[in-house]
Design a binder for this molecule. Structure first.
Ligand code: SF4
Length: 470
């Protein structure tokens, strides 16, 4: 308590000078909560372990700088040249050898950088890496590090794509009645508000649209545009069966707070829309922003959540953690701020080879997120997306992990282990496959709840070919 008070006396009067949003009903409550939040986050920011100083180029970066959203954005790595410069400083000269025999040649910094630069040439996703994410990588063990594996491709990892892989495996484009609105389930729609994210994942299900063009993929971008959004709102207004809208992209973290507010309030104003989910990986890759008192995104999210509650509607944040190493004291402070402000947060994880494909790692992730009141919602079988065969696992791995974990975790904290059916059949529990031949690696599913032909057809998921197993 003493520390909080002492820090509180040094805080700038940001809370008081910040204009109160016109729609906010009780400005006194708002200001008091904002001040409390500032005190708590200031304490965390001043005393938290400066783990980023293990990265040589950030050895002198203070807690205050690292916690600043602006500093994070300024130092985000978004192209090959910057990544090369970063790696030259971050990597030790000699690396811990990989457990993967295909990578046994990469033993030095020079070889790693050469391989990574080649990997980027051939990858379907561009790179974008926040200092937060880069600071969570163990660079001595860079080849097998679970965070590196998700975001920085190595050319030696690549294996030939299964012939059934595509860039839009879920057929989102053909399920879009208007550009940027996927309407697959009768009562639910997905609004693609932007195609930019704070970090680009190698295995993005929306590789056809998200991020910058790469040398192998020209992206079908969804630019943030009021004209495009208006068409979406009009479609939603005249479709009363849609009661649930997910706003994603891309990532809502990349929407300016006033645009996030505009979209969410517009959706909440449509009578038949009862639930609005805002999707962002921000909490996993840039949690600093959630507790940065100089940035408005989180207060906007809190306001939207409160407005939904006032209207008797459900608003929540859907985030995306894949490995326990992504969680730090900054994540904990950010999650606490959201929890204290009644923002419901759920997590979606993608099962990835060499990242989280064991009951131990997945169980640890689920438990640690639950402890932060980030509720495990889905664990996805990795989609059949081109260029990421090294990250896919057979369906049997997902089934086994679920079997091992069920009964060891409270039922309400146990995520659903699902396959998002290739071809647009939607999410099905992995255990509800109709057939699964582990020899051929082909599993089949049905989605009888869907209308028309979609409810009749048989959907096929293809495991990676056995040659790709480590
Ligand atoms: S944050 Fe989500 S939308 Fe963005 S690249 Fe990663 S998986 Fe794709």
């Amino acid at each position: 308590m003493y520390r909080l008070r002492a820090l509180g006396t040094r805080l700038p009067a940001v809370a008081c000078s910040r204009p109160t949003p016109s729609f906010f009903i009780n400005s006194h409550v708002h200001t008091a909560r904002y001040q409390c939040r500032q005190l708590a986050s200031a304490a965390d920011s001043a005393t938290g372990d400066p783990f980023w100083r293990a990265v040589p180029q950030w050895k002198d970066v203070s807690n205050a700088e690292f916690m600043s959203y602006r500093w994070q954005v300024r130092n985000t790595i978004g192209n090959k040249d910057k990544l090369e410069t970063f790696l030259k400083q971050a990597l030790p000269e000699v690396l811990t050898p990989s457990k993967d025999p295909r990578l046994s040649e990469i033993v030095t910094r020079e070889k790693f950088i050469k391989d990574a630069m080649l990997g980027l040439e051939n990858a379907p996703m561009a790179i974008r890496l926040t200092p937060y994410t880069l600071s969570r990588v163990n660079w001595k063990n860079a080849i097998d590090d679970p965070i590196r594996r998700q975001f920085i491709p190595l050319n030696s990892c690549f294996v030939d794509d299964h012939e059934k892989l595509t860039l839009d495996s879920l057929h989102e484009e053909s399920d879009s009645p208007v550009p940027g609105l996927v309407h697959r389930y009768p009562d639910k729609a997905l609004m693609l508000a932007t195609s930019i994210c704070p970090t680009y994942c190698r295995f993005c299900t929306r590789s056809y649209a998200v991020g910058d063009d790469t040398s192998t993929v020209e992206k079908k971008r969804q630019k943030p545009s009021r004209r495009r959004w208006d068409v979406i709102y009009q479609h939603l207004e005249k479709t009363p069966q849609i009661t649930d809208v997910v706003v994603s992209g891309g990532d809502t973290y990349q929407l300016e707070p006033h645009l996030l507010r505009e979209i969410a309030y517009r959706l909440l104003s449509i009578g038949h829309i009862r639930r609005v989910r805002l999707a962002s990986k921000g909490l996993a890759v840039l949690p600093n922003r959630i507790i940065d008192p100089h940035d408005d995104w989180t207060q906007t999210l809190i306001d939207i959540s409160n407005e939904g509650r006032r209207l008797g509607k459900h608003v929540c944040l859907h985030t995306h953690f894949d490995h326990p190493d992504e969680i730090s004291w900054i994540t904990k402070a950010a999650a606490r701020r959201l929890f204290e402000n009644n923002v419901v947060v759920r997590n979606q994880t993608v099962l990835l080879k060499g990242v989280n494909d064991s009951p131990e790692t997945m169980g640890r992730l689920i438990r640690e997120l639950s402890d932060l009141n980030i509720w495990p919602y889905y664990v996805y079988q990795c989609d059949m997306v081109r260029g990421i065969e090294d990250l896919r696992t057979p369906l049997g791995v997902l089934l086994d992990i679920e079997q091992q974990l069920r009964g060891t975790i409270a039922g309400f904290a146990m995520p659903q282990f699902v396959v998002d059916l290739p071809g647009g059949g939607g999410k099905r529990l992995a255990s509800t496959y109709r057939t699964y031949d582990q020899e051929t690696g082909v599993s089949t599913f049905q989605a009888p709840g869907l209308n028309g032909e979609k409810g009749q057809k048989l959907y096929e998921y293809y495991d990676p070919k056995p040659v790709q197993a480590l």
